[in-house]
Design a protein around this ligand. Structure first.
Ligand code: MN
Length: 196
């Protein structure tokens, strides 16, 4: 599938004359793959977890956000691929538009895929298998996280789980205690206050 095909769902959902979100015309970056977690106060608050792969941001919406406790299993709902320029998007999507509400970059950085032991792996193969394990190098989050698909067919769902490595820290709750954007230092409330 070409990048532009992969972004068709994203574009079909949006009116770029009305939303400040990027339309996705830029070419993918060529450096280490990036991740972003965007805090998004839409009809319900959630955290959009996005991993660069094959020129787009493969995305899940995580209602409760990431946890540093390996015992927590956070529901992660797959959403449409987003364009690479979305990686630093924060702002206000007008009410009535798709995803209307406020977005901040809650964390971002680079990541690497953690292949299954003894194997080389690609993102696409890991996704297909239903186990995408990554090492994040972010500002708030550093360490291993796994997105794991459980169940089959209509009952399939993905979970975001902290891997049980040296970066696990059940005593720290960045979702609760570190609400600011890592790009601007602003909170959701700060950005929302700037909406016209
Ligand atoms: Mn969202």
């Amino acid at each position: 599938m070409s990048d532009s095909d992969r972004l068709q769902t994203y574009r079909n959902k949006r009116d770029f004359a009305r939303t400040p979100e990027p339309s996705g015309e830029a070419l993918p970056r060529g450096e280490a793959p990036m991740f972003v977690i965007q805090k998004h106060a839409a009809s319900t608050l959630h955290y959009d977890f996005r991993l660069e792969a094959d020129g787009v941001l493969v995305s899940w919406a995580v209602p409760k956000g990431p946890s540093l406790n390996p015992s927590d299993k956070r529901l992660a709902v797959p959403t449409e691929d987003h364009p690479m320029e979305y990686v630093d998007f924060e702002g206000n999507i007008p009410q009535g538009e798709y995803g209307g509400g406020t977005v901040i970059v809650w964390d971002t950085g680079t990541y690497r895929l953690l292949p299954r032991e003894g194997e080389t792996d690609t993102f696409a193969a890991a996704y297909e298998r239903g186990r995408v394990a990554v090492w994040l190098e972010g500002r708030k989050l550093v360490g291993g996280f796994a997105l794991i698909r459980t169940g089959k067919g209509e009952k399939a769902r993905w979970l975001l789980i902290k891997m049980d490595d040296e970066s696990a820290d059940p005593g720290r709750d960045p979702v609760r205690d570190e609400p600011q954007s890592v790009l601007s230092g602003r909170t959701i409330e700060d950005v929302a206050a700037e909406a016209e």
